[in-house]
Design a protein. Structure first.
Length: 200
């Protein structure tokens, strides 16, 4: 059981040290040799206060997307030339994907970067939502916006390791299911980094 963690508790978790993660943490032998630099991307982990405890906002990607259709993800995307940095990219994407105004987000800190199998370097940014807002999914990218109790994803006992065949190879990955939502891959791995800090 994870104790209730509020805004200050989250900020305290971010002060703990940690190493970068990757989609290859459970598949060391499959990590490719990089032929070009990783493409930077900023993702926002939006957290809001609720009467029953803090909650994390996640999205279900549209099934029409070319990459990762139907998967559970954080709002975010690649860093554009017009973005000041990956934090700006995360805030911009969150506004575009779920209608969260940047001015409504207090940046609490960041987790170490995460390398994906698709050659992105993701920079996870934790943001505390100051006031209520009406989520508005971007129809072309997001099919659903939903929330998960923060306590659920901070409890390492709720994670499991599963495997599936992808491009002719068996790959293992973290999962942290919640109700009808199958949270796995990079999203689950980043949340597991946060969960591991609870027990440090």
């Amino acid at each position: 059981m994870v104790r209730t963690i509020d805004r200050d508790g989250i900020a305290a978790l971010l002060q703990k040290s940690g190493e970068s993660s990757s989609d290859f943490d459970l598949n060391k032998a499959l990590q490719p040799e990089l032929k070009s630099p990783l493409r930077p991307a900023g993702v926002l982990i939006p957290i809001r206060s609720a009467p029953d405890g803090a909650r994390v906002i996640l999205t279900k990607r549209s099934s029409a997307l070319k990459h990762h259709p139907g998967q559970i993800a954080f709002p975010g995307g690649r860093v554009d030339p017009t973005d000041h940095d990956h934090i700006a990219a995360a805030l911009r994407e969150a506004y575009e994907e779920i209608g969260l105004p940047p001015s409504n987000v207090e940046i609490l800190g960041e987790l170490p970067s995460h390398q994906t199998v698709t050659q992105f370097e993701m920079f996870p940014v934790l943001g505390w939502i100051r006031d209520d807002f009406i989520p508005l999914p971007e129809a072309g990218e997001v099919s659903e916006i939903f929330e998960v109790p923060l306590e659920h994803v901070l409890n390492a006992d709720n994670f499991s390791i599963q495997s599936r065949r992808w491009r002719g190879q068996v790959r293992s990955f973290y999962t942290v299911p919640y109700g009808p939502y199958y949270i796995w891959g990079a999203t689950a791995r980043i949340l597991r980094v946060l969960a591991d800090r609870v027990s440090q």
